[in-house]
Write a protein that binds this ligand. Structure first.
Ligand SMILES: O=C(O)[C@@H](CO)OP(=O)(O)O
Length: 246
């Protein structure tokens, strides 16, 4: 027997479309993102993958994506659990900055270190600044970061994985996780045992469900890397994410 996990990055957001570093800034989906989310739900239906429970971040692009996808799949009624631990990586002082301008200002090496290195976080965000979440009530009392590299994302996502997602999987539920490019990358790194160099080259497309069948003993993927429910579309979308800023 295997357990079924579906990882779904939110559809394109307004800031994805504008090429801005987003992180914890709570921006909505673009029109294209709304369509991507609905299509994600149809892909699940077509594949016969019907979630029994959904876990989302606290950001509206993931929440709306889950709602739209589940509505399209006629699974809008399933239980939902949310946590900041599934949020996008906190992009520190880069939040709100244009990716192309940042690349031009700091050069390819620094830009890619900030975007994709495993453990070099961007500079910390200034508390009280426009794109800081330090006064946001949804995070009250939580140990929220001022910047994060992927390593810190994994550190805070893993306790949630163990405490909330694994029990749902072990109960035999088909689990949908609607989250973000980098929080999903951290889960993929963990599941597939990907090393710190290789994970730099792995990008997650918006709105295309990534299906994992997990071994019931080890909770490790039966097929490494899982399976995108639309592999062709995923290929093109992955390349677009990799090339952001150019
Ligand atoms: O801006 C962000 O929050 C993320 C995801 O959109 O960007 P990147 O892919 O550059 O890590």
């Amino acid at each position: 027997m295997t357990y079924t996990l579906v990882l779904l990055r939110h559809g394109e957001s307004e800031w994805n479309a504008k090429n801005l570093f987003t992180g914890w800034v709570d921006v909505p989906l673009s029109e294209k993102g709304i369509e991507e989310a609905k299509r994600g739900g149809r892909l699940m239906t077509d594949a016969g993958v019907l979630p029994d429970v959904v876990h989302t971040s606290l950001l509206r692009r993931a929440i709306t994506t889950a709602n739209l996808a589940l509505d399209a799949a006629d699974r809008h009624w399933i239980p939902v659990k949310r946590s900041w631990r599934l949020n996008e990586r906190h992009y520190g002082a880069l939040q709100g900055k244009n990716k192309k301008e940042t690349l031009e200002q700091y050069g390819e090496e620094q830009f890619m270190l900030w975007r994709r290195s495993y453990d070099v976080p961007p500079p910390e965000i200034e508390l009280g600044s426009e794109y800081s979440q330090d006064a946001d009530p949804r995070y009250a009392g939580e140990p929220i970061p001022r910047t994060e590299a992927l390593a810190q994302v994994l550190d805070r996502a893993l306790p949630y994985w163990d405490a909330e997602i694994v029990p749902d999987l072990k109960a035999g539920k088909t689990v949908l996780v609607a989250a973000h490019g980098n929080s999903i990358r951290s889960i993929v790194k963990y599941l597939d045992d990907i090393d710190e160099q290789t994970i730099a080259g792995i990008n997650i497309p918006t709105g295309i469900p990534l299906l994992y069948e997990l071994d019931e003993e080890t909770l490790k993927p039966v097929t490494a890397g899982g399976t995108y429910l639309d592999p062709e579309a995923a290929k093109a979308a992955i390349a677009a994410v990799a090339n952001q800023g150019r």
